[in-house]
Design a protein around this ligand. Structure first.
Ligand code: UT7
Length: 326
């Protein structure tokens, strides 16, 4: 049984926060952010908008493109580090919002690799015959865990969601492989110290010491990101007997333009075969790849039999890749 992407969708907040506006919040400049990251602006959720808001809308758009009704969905997998609540899962809230009454639904915690980990699990459900139609979503409202006093991190992140409908298929236009990896030795280089069981939100120290906010050792993460994304990309190519020159497009996790360029250089991929949109949205963690995939798809950049590689890296560390024959 093969597994194909039947539809893509994305949803973003309407509110835009530009680099110039950030200059009013922290000691930074449009010039620093642009040259160090490639980001120009990001989208920010407003009051009344949550992770489930964008996740459900992205899912609805993906189902619309796939021509699939909500009741036909067997499984909803939602990658996020910013769920609406610690529990229940945001996937269950999305199930309710969409009316996907026949689905099993759960969240998946793999930070920026959440969407690719979700694809990998979904692929196995379909290949084993346990499900036929699956909604895989990456959705984040990172602006609610970003420290708006920390210039090292607050300029990097944004909010939004992307989704795909995966379905069982007999054809060749399919997911060729998925690979996932974890390296827990580095869990404390990118994490949110507070609000879990170690530093509960009910503990005043959690608030006083700003443990509630995301922390990152940016420079170390940068080096691991380049090496790991290259490794995940090579694993995908080798598993399919392909080389970088066979790729039509690579959609990497959108964290930093310099990470993307360094990874592409190691793979020998030219800029013409890279899809990026981080200048508009910043790093949206698990949402970055499905948002970019939806944009590339709706712009008509993907034609039948094109080879598409998606590759991610994130907190954990986690990393992974998926190769798709479009
Ligand atoms: O999505 C999961 C994975 N996440 C990532 O992949 C992010 C990985 N890391 C990065 O993208 C980069 O490391 C950053 C963009 C976070 C930082 O770039 P960098 O080239 O690694 O800079 P740096 O951390 O070495 O800092 C250079 C300088 C420091 O000043 P000093 O100590 O040299 O005086 C920082 O304080 O830049 C300073 N700096 C800033 N200056 C102006 C840090 N943030 C800012 C800022 N505006 N927003």
């Amino acid at each position: 049984m093969n597994v194909r992407i039947a539809g893509t969708g994305s949803a973003l907040p309407g509110k835009i926060l530009t680099n110039t506006e950030l200059e009013q919040l922290v000691d930074t400049s449009d010039e620093w952010i642009t040259t160090r990251t490639g980001i120009k602006e990001r989208r920010i959720a407003v009051e009344g908008e949550y992770t489930s808001t964008f996740a459900a809308e992205a899912g609805r758009r993906a189902m619309e493109m796939a021509g699939v009704h909500p009741e036909e969905i067997d499984l909803i997998i939602l990658g996020t580090v910013t769920p609406d609540f610690p529990f229940p899962s945001t996937a269950c809230i999305v199930q309710d919002l969409l009316g996907a009454t026949n689905a099993t639904a759960f969240d998946l915690s793999a930070a920026c690799s959440g969407f690719i980990f979700g694809l990998s699990i979904a692929e196995k459900y379909i290949r084993s015959g346990a499900a036929r139609k699956i909604l895989v979503i990456g959705a984040e409202v990172l602006s609610r865990i970003v420290d708006w006093q920390d210039r090292n991190t607050c300029v990097l992140f944004g909010d939004g969601a992307g989704a795909v409908v995966l379905e069982a298929s007999d054809g060749d236009h399919s997911l060729l492989s998925t690979h996932t990896f974890s390296n827990g030795s580095y869990w404390n280089l990118l994490y949110q110290p507070g609000s879990g069981s170690r530093n509960p939100a009910t503990n005043s120290r959690t608030i006083d010491e700003r443990l509630i906010y995301l922390k990152m050792e940016g420079n170390d993460v940068f080096k691991h990101a380049v090496r790991s994304m290259e490794e995940a990309a090579v694993k995908a190519l080798d598993a399919n007997g392909l080389s970088a020159s066979d790729l039509t497009l690579m959609i990497p996790h959108q964290a930093n333009r310099r990470i993307i360029d360094a990874t592409a250089k190691r793979l020998g991929l030219g800029a013409d075969r890279l899809f990026t949109n981080l200048e508009k949205y910043g790093n949206t963690s698990s949402a970055s790849i499905p948002i970019a995939l939806d944009e590339a798809n709706r712009q008509g950049l993907l034609k039948p039999d094109n080879k598409l590689l998606v590759v991610a890296f994130g907190g954990g560390f986690t990393y992974g890749s998926a190769l798709i024959n479009w």
